[in-house]
Design a protein around this ligand. Structure first.
Ligand code: F6R
Length: 607
C-alpha cells in the first residue's frame, strides 16, 4: 500500500526520497510526491509512477536537506495529481504524507471549514494538515499531539513545518512507522527497505506515539506528551534480499528462492532423532498448545489459503479440530471462542489491517493468539502472545509466493509437533521430518523444468477463464493457483474442490475454459481422475500437475507437469510451484506488470 519516507540530515534529500520511493514501489501505488524544506516548502507530486515524478523534480530543481515523500494507493479520491500526497494546510505552513484512513475526516472538515479553512482535495488526509496548523502556536510537536487527539482512524504520518527546518515528526496509529538512525542523519519510513542502504539501526513507533526527528536526535512522546525511551534494534536482512539479483522480476526471483526459503523456515527447528520439531518462539506456551482443544487460523488472501492447508494438517496429524476464517469476516462476527481454543494469525507482512483487527477481537474473547509472520518487528508479530517467524526474507513481489511455501512449512511443523504430543508415534514422526528435509531439493527439481512451464503458458495465454481443481490438502492449492493467475495476469480464474465441479461449474466447461487439475498420487487420486474424465467428456482442455512416474495420466491430459513424489501431506509444497510459474509466465507473455499488478498493494493496511 502507500509508502512513506522522511529524511533530515547532511545529505541532499531529493535522491534519498526518490531512491526510497522506488524501493517501496513494490507495495503498490498510483501516484507519488515529495515535499522539501529549504527556507520555504516546495512540493512536487503527480499521478503515475515515481519515474514521472523524478523528471518533474529535476525540472523544478528541488533542493534541501529535509523532506518527506509518499507513494499513494488511492482510498479517498481518484489517483490524481491534486489528491497525491504530500498535502498542506491552506497557508502552506505544514506538509504531510499519510498512510491509513482518517475515519472522521468529514466531520473535521466541516468544523475546519466553519473556522475559515479551505480544502482543495477529495482526500481524508488534508484535514490533518489544517488541524495541525489550527493548533500551532510555536511548538510543532504540541500542535501535532493536539491535532491527533481529535483524529479517529488509522495513520502513519510524516510531517514538516516551514517554521521548523531540519525537523520531521512521525506519528503512528495502526499503520507502521519505523525510524532509521544514522550518523548526523535520521530517517522515518513506513517500511525499512526505504532506508536500508543507509542504516540498519531502527526503532519502531507504537500506536499513539510520535517521534520528533532532527539530524542528531530522535525524541519519542505519547499524544499526552509523556516521554518514552526506546532501544535501538538491528535489521538483519541483506540488501541483496531486496534487489532482483539478475532476475527479470522479483516474483520470479522469489519463486526460485523457495528451495532456500523453505529450508530457512525449518532451519534449527527439526529434532531429527526424535521425529519432532521445536520452535524457540513457542517454548513458553507449549502447555497451552498441548492442551488445545480447537485451533482457529486467521488470515487473508494467500495467508488464508495457507491456513486452509493448515486445517487439513492439524486435523490429520494432531487430531485437533481446526477451522480457518477470513480475518475480515471474523472481526465482525460474535465468535464463540470456547476455552481451549487457540488462534494462529497468519500473515506475511504482519501489517494486514483485517488480520490485526481479528487478533484484537480474538484476544478480547480471551483466546491465546499466536503469530505466523514473516516480517520481524511487524505489528502482528508484536501484538501476538508468541509465535513463529517464517524466515523467508523480504517478499517484494506483490503476488505472494515464497511466503506461502514457508507458511505451509511452518504449519506442517506445528501440526507435527502437536501431533507428536498426541497421536503421532516417533517412527512416523521421523519419517515425516525426513520427507520434509527433502522438500527443498524436490522444489529445485521442479524449478529445473520451468522452461516447459513457460511453453505451456504460451499455449494458454489467450484464454480468458480458467478453472483450478484439487482435493484434500491440494484444494487450497487450487485456490492459490487461481488467485495467482487473477492477480498478475488479470485472467479470470476460480478454484474449487474437484468434486464440487459437477455441482455447478461443469456448466462452463468448453475448449475456451482450460481446467488445471492437481492430481498427485495420494488417497484421492482415483477420484480426481474421474473428475478429469468428466471434463474431457465435455470437450474441456486439461492441464494436470501429477506425480513423477505416473505415465498413465498423460493419456488423460492435454499437458502434464510432474512433481517429485513425497508424503501426501507435503504435496502442497510441491504442487504450488508449477502453478506459481504458470501464472508468472502467462502474465509476462501477456505483457503485464508482474511485480506491481494493477490495483493491488503488497501490504493491505486499510480495511
Ligand atoms: C496474494 C497476496 C495477498 C496477501 C494478503 C494477506 O498474492 O499477496 O492475498 O496474501 O493480502 O497479506 P499478509 O500475508 O501480508 O497478511
Amino acid at each position: 500500500m502507500c509508502g512513506i519516507i522522511g529524511y533530515t540530515g547532511h545529505r541532499t534529500v531529493v535522491p534519498i526520497l526518490i531512491g526510497a520511493l522506488k524501493r517501496m514501489e513494490y507495495r503498490g501505488y498510483d501516484s507519488a510526491g515529495v515535499a522539501v524544506l529549504n527556507g520555504a516548502l516546495r512540493i512536487e507530486k503527480d499521478a503515475g509512477k515515481v519515474q514521472n515524478l523524478e523528471q518533474k523534480i529535476r525540472d523544478a530543481q528541488l533542493s534541501g536537506q529535509t523532506g518527506i515523500g509518499h507513494t499513494r494507493w488511492a482510498t479517498h479520491g481518484a489517483p490524481t495529481q491534486l489528491n497525491a500526497h504530500p498535502h498542506t494546510d491552506d497557508e502552506f505552513q505544514i506538509a504531510l504524507v499519510h498512510n491509513g484512513i482518517i475515519e472522521n475526516y468529514s466531520a473535521l472538515r466541516q468544523e475546519l471549514t466553519k473556522s475559515g479553512h479551505e480544502f482543495k482535495t477529495e482526500t481524508d488526509t488534508e484535514v490533518v494538515a489544517a488541524l495541525i496548523q489550527e493548533f500551532y502556536q510555536g511548538d510543532f510537536a504540541h500542535a501535532v499531539q493536539k491535532a491527533l487527539k481529535l483524529v479517529k482512524g488509522t495513520y502513519g504520518l510524516a510531517i514538516l513545518s516551514v517554521n521548523h527546518p531540519g525537523m520531521v515528526i512521525a506519528a503512528r496509529m495502526g499503520s507502521p512507522m519505523v525510524i532509521g538512525h544514522g550518523d548526523g542523519e535520521n530517517f522515518v519510513a513506513s517500511d525499512p527497505t526505504a532506508f536500508l542502504h543507509f542504516t540498519r539501526d531502527v526503532t519502531y513507533l507504537e500506536d499513539g506515539e510520535i517521534a520528533v526527528v532532527t539530524s542528531d536526535k530522535v525524541e519519542y512522546r505519547t499524544l499526552a506528551d509523556e516521554h518514552i525511551d526506546k532501544k535501538l534494534e538491528q535489521l538483519t536482512f541483506d540488501i541483496a534480499a531486496i534487489e532482483k539479483g539478475g532476475f527479470s522480476h522479483f516474483m520470479l526471483k522469489e519463486i526460485c528462492e523457495q528451495p532456500q526459503t523453505v529450508a530457512d523456515s525449518m532451519r534449527g527447528r527439526l529434532l531429527i532423532d526424535e521425529g519432532t520439531v521445536k520452535f524457540g518462539g513457542m517454548a513458553a506456551v507449549m502447555e497451552t498448545l498441548n492442551q488445545a482443544k480447537r485451533v482457529l487460523f486467521l488470515g487473508c488472501g494467500t495467508s488464508w489459503h495457507a491456513g486452509l492447508v493448515g486445517e487439513y494438517l492439524m486435523e490429520e496429524l494432531a487430531g485437533v479440530p481446526a477451522e480457518v476464517e477470513y480475518a475480515s469476516e471474523f472481526r465482525y462476527r460474535s465468535p464463540a471462542l470456547e476455552p481451549g481454543t487457540i488462534v494462529f494469525a497468519i500473515s506475511q507482512s504482519g501489517e494486514t489491517a483485517d488480520t490485526l483487527a481479528a487478533i484484537r477481537e480474538a484476544k478480547r474473547h480471551g483466546a491465546p493468539v499466536f503469530g505466523i509472520c514473516n516480517v520481524v518487528g511487524s505489528s502482528i508479530a508484536r501484538e501476538t502472545n508468541a509465535g513463529v517467524f517464517l524466515h523467508a526474507g523480504p517478499e517484494i513481489g506483490v503476488a505472494s509466493t515464497k511466503a506461502f511455501t514457508s507458511q505451509i512449512t511452518v504449519l506442517f511443523m506445528l501440526a507435527l509437533q502437536m501431533g507428536r504430543a498426541r497421536r503421532v508415534g516417533a517412527s512416523r514422526g521421523r519419517e515425516l521430518v525426513q520427507e520434509l528435509r527433502e522438500i527443498p531439493n524436490k522444489i529445485s527439481r521442479i524449478l529445473a523444468t520451468r522452461e516447459k512451464i513457460e511453453t505451456i503458458a504460451h499455449h494458454y495465454k489467450q484464454c480468458r477463464n480458467f478453472l483450478y481443481l484439487g482435493r484434500g490438502v491440494n484444494f487450497p492449492v487450487a485456490l492459490e493457483g487461481a488467485l495467482k493467475l487473477k492477480e498478475i495476469s488479470y485472467i479470470h480464474a476460480e478454484g474449487y474442490p474437484a468434486a464440487e465441479m459437477k455441482h455447478g461449474p461443469i456448466a462452463l466447461i468448453d475448449r475456451d475454459m482450460p481446467v488445471v487439475f492437481i492430481a498427485s498420487k495420494d488417497g484421492v487420486y482415483e477420484k480426481v481422475l474421474s473428475n478429469i474424465e468428466e471434463v474431457r467428456a465435455r470437450g474441456g482442455r486439461v492441464l494436470v500437475i501429477a506425480t513423477e512416474g505416473d505415465q498413465e495420466i498423460a493419456n488423460h491430459a492435454d499437458e502434464v507437469v510432474y512433481i517429485p513424489s513425497t508424503d501426501p501431506l507435503l504435496t502442497p509444497l510441491l504442487t504450488v510451484i508449477p502453478l506459481q510459474l504458470l501464472s508468472y509466465y502467462m502474465a509476462v507473455q501477456r505483457g503485464c506488470d508482474v511485480d506491481q499488478p494493477r490495483n493491488l498493494a503488497k501490504s493491505v493496511t486499510v480495511e
